[in-house]
Design a protein around this ligand. Structure first.
Ligand code: FES
Length: 126
C-alpha cells in the first residue's frame, strides 16, 4: 500500500498543515481548501481523509457527537478511520499521504489514494 516513509518529502506536493503539538488527540479538523479532514486518532496517529463520499462524491460532514462522517446526499456513514459504517458508499474514504517532519504535519494534497475494504489503514505517527 502507498505509504510515504517519514522524511521523504522532497520534490513533491506536501504542504505544511500545522504542528503536531497543536492538534489534540481524538479530533477531526476540516481543511476545505485541501479537500480533506485531518484526523488525529485517540492514540495520536494522523490520517488525512478525503471530503468526497465514495458513493457519488458529495462532501461529507463530521458529526462530533456521534463520531462519524455523514454524507448528506444518500446517508452513507464512515467512522473516524474512514471505514464504511452505512452504505451505499462502496468503499472507505480516500486518503492523502501524511508525513511528519520536525514536529510538523505535512499532507500531500494533489492526489487522494483509493483504498479497498481489505487495505490496511495508513496511519502516520509522530
Ligand atoms: Fe454520499 Fe451518495 S454521494 S451517499
Amino acid at each position: 500500500f502507498l505509504s510515504p516513509s517519514k522524511g521523504v518529502t522532497s520534490g513533491n506536493n506536501f504542504k505544511i498543515i500545522g504542528a503536531v503539538g497543536d492538534i489534540p488527540k481524538d479530533s477531526v479538523i476540516p481543511f476545505r481548501s485541501g479537500k480533506f479532514y485531518l484526523v488525529r486518532l485517540p492514540d495520536g496517529g494522523f490520517m488525512a481523509l478525503s471530503l468526497a463520499c465514495t458513493h457519488l462524491g458529495c462532501s461529507i460532514h463530521w458529526n462530533a457527537e456521534d463520531k462519524r462522517f455523514i454524507c448528506p446526499c444518500h446517508s452513507s456513514e464512515f467512522d473516524m478511520h474512514g471505514e464504511v459504517l452505512n452504505a451505499p458508499a462502496p468503499r472507505p474514504l480516500d486518503q492523502y499521504p501524511v508525513v511528519i517532519e520536525n514536529g510538523m504535519i505535512k499532507v500531500e494534497t494533489t492526489k487522494p489514494l483509493k483504498r479497498n475494504k481489505s487495505d490496511k489503514l495508513d496511519i502516520t505517527y509522530a
